[in-house]
Design a protein around this ligand. Structure first.
Ligand code: SF4
Ligand code: SF4
Length: 444
């Protein structure tokens, strides 16, 4: 397909309601400068799997020339990682993330067969803290009781029949969870280490992070406290809705956004901190998510303006010393939703380099997606694996003994790549590394 090809006469489809202003679509001038930066175009070499080709299809959809339930339209929209590398490359400022998420929302509305799964997973589990706690504890029991070893050793997961195949793929991605059978419960209020607060912040603990990366959350609170922050952790906070937005479940994401706005306004904090890049990107877009809601618009924009990624925040206010010495060679993976979604690249590197003894070796194309992309590694395992292989090649080339990654999804994906290759590297969140340096300095 060429962007300049005239459109053949096709059947007009019933009035699609794409939730994006038309000028956002028209901003694409079909220059093609984004193509080489797009992971799916790089792998498949198909214009329909490029940013330009997808925008062309979305435009055709918005003009009624493609139906929402067209299987080819669905295929190319879901093959996209929503990594937003094309936004970074685009000289015309095309807001690609908004386009793909809006297109997926329209496709979702036609997928009756998947409605039950979505109802259970995105509607039931990810909107309920009790359900998330139960899922997190079940995973821990499975792993810590030794059952996981038995199941993996038996080879059972490799021979699961059709509908259960995905279960096996999901299981193979499970990271080794730190801690015990129950995830650590964060305190509701933390005071600064030196007792003199210079900032009052609220912490967004995340839905997956609170259950699977609880030790990184604890490290985040310690680092904030060492940098003069008084921290409030609202008990009633829920999932930020990032998974829902990426999957096209925008109404459910709005419900979660309204809930979280109320919970965080109550804290009276001036800044809300998040340590997961994918969530941070969505939280910073709450204003846009609720822009058509006259009752919530202003509060949503105010909320979004208070969000800071932990790397962004600590780099702006510190980090305060002393930091202990860590003699390691590390490399850094730019999480898509931090580098492309939030334009944060230098701050995590500055924190890593501030630690005495650390040598940071840059990897080739550090902002090229690792294939994690939310649940892409579950929904598109073949593409995700190919991207992971490319990423692992780039990592190995650096000679580093650890990969520093600022997003749980990247950590899980790269850890799986390390396991598959039988390497002995670590994957570490920048805040865990910084916390380690603080603890070394304190001798704790
Ligand atoms: S978001 Fe990523 S995968 Fe999707 S079109 Fe843009 S660069 Fe390609
Ligand atoms: S770089 Fe931007 S304007 Fe050019 S084709 Fe890609 S999305 Fe369109």
């Amino acid at each position: 397909m060429s962007a300049t090809t005239s459109n053949p006469p096709v059947k007009a489809h019933a009035n699609p309601r794409l939730e994006v202003p038309r000028d956002v679509i028209k901003r694409c001038v079909h220059c093609g400068l984004c193509l080489d930066f797009c992971p799916t175009y790089r792998l498949l070499g198909n214009e329909l799997d490029s940013p330009r080709g997808r925008i062309y299809q979305i435009r055709a959809f918005s003009e009624g020339r493609i139906a929402a339930d067209d299987p080819r339209f669905r295929l190319h929209m879901y093959r996209c990682l929503d990594c937003r590398a094309c936004e970074t490359a685009c000289p015309s400022g095309v807001d690609y993330g908004r386009l793909i998420e809006a297109a997926r929302a329209e496709i979702r509305a036609t997928e009756m067969g998947e409605k039950v799964t979505r109802q259970v997973v995105l509607g039931g589990i990810f909107t309920s803290n009790a359900a998330l706690d139960a899922a997190g504890t079940a995973t821990r029991v499975y792993q810590k009781s030794g059952l996981q070893k038995v199941v993996r050793g038996s080879g059972l997961l490799k021979i699961l029949p059709g509908p259960f195949k995905k279960l096996g793929e999901m299981e193979s991605m499970l990271p080794d969870l730190p801690g015990g059978f129950i995830a650590a419960r964060l305190p509701e209020h933390v005071i600064p280490t030196d007792g003199a607060p210079t900032h009052r912040v609220a912490f967004i603990s995340g839905c997956i992070a609170a259950r699977f990366f609880d030790t990184t959350n604890e490290a985040t609170l310690r680092v904030l406290a060492r940098n003069g922050c008084e921290i409030i952790v609202p008990r009633g906070q829920k999932c930020c809705g990032a998974l829902h937005v990426h999957a096209g479940e925008r109404d459910r994401a709005r419900q979660l956004a309204r809930h979280n706005i109320v919970e965080f306004e109550r804290t009276g904090a001036s800044v809300y901190i998040i340590n997961a890049a994918g969530c941070g990107s969505t939280l910073k877009e709450y204003g846009e998510l609720l822009d058509d809601d006259p009752i919530w618009r202003e509060r949503a924009h105010e909320f979004a303006g208070r969000i800071r990624d932990i790397n962004e925040f600590i780099a702006a206010i510190g980090p305060r010393g002393p930091l202990g010495r860590i003699d390691r060679v590390v490399t850094y993976q730019d999480a898509c939703h931090l580098a492309h979604g939030q334009k944060i690249r230098e701050q995590p590197r500055a924190l890593i380099k501030a630690i005495p003894g650390i040598k940071l070796v840059e990897m080739r194309e550090s902002d090229f997606c690792c294939g994690s992309a939310g649940i892409y590694n579950i929904t598109q395992p073949e593409m995700a694996n190919q991207l992971l292989e490319l990423k692992m090649d780039a990592i190995v080339e650096t000679g580093a003994d650890a990969v520093i990654a600022p997003n749980p999804g990247c950590i899980i994906q790269i850890a799986a790549g390390i396991r598959k290759r039988g390497l002995t590297m670590d994957v570490i969140h920048p805040i865990d590394l910084l916390d380690q340096a603080y603890r070394i300095a304190e001798g704790s």
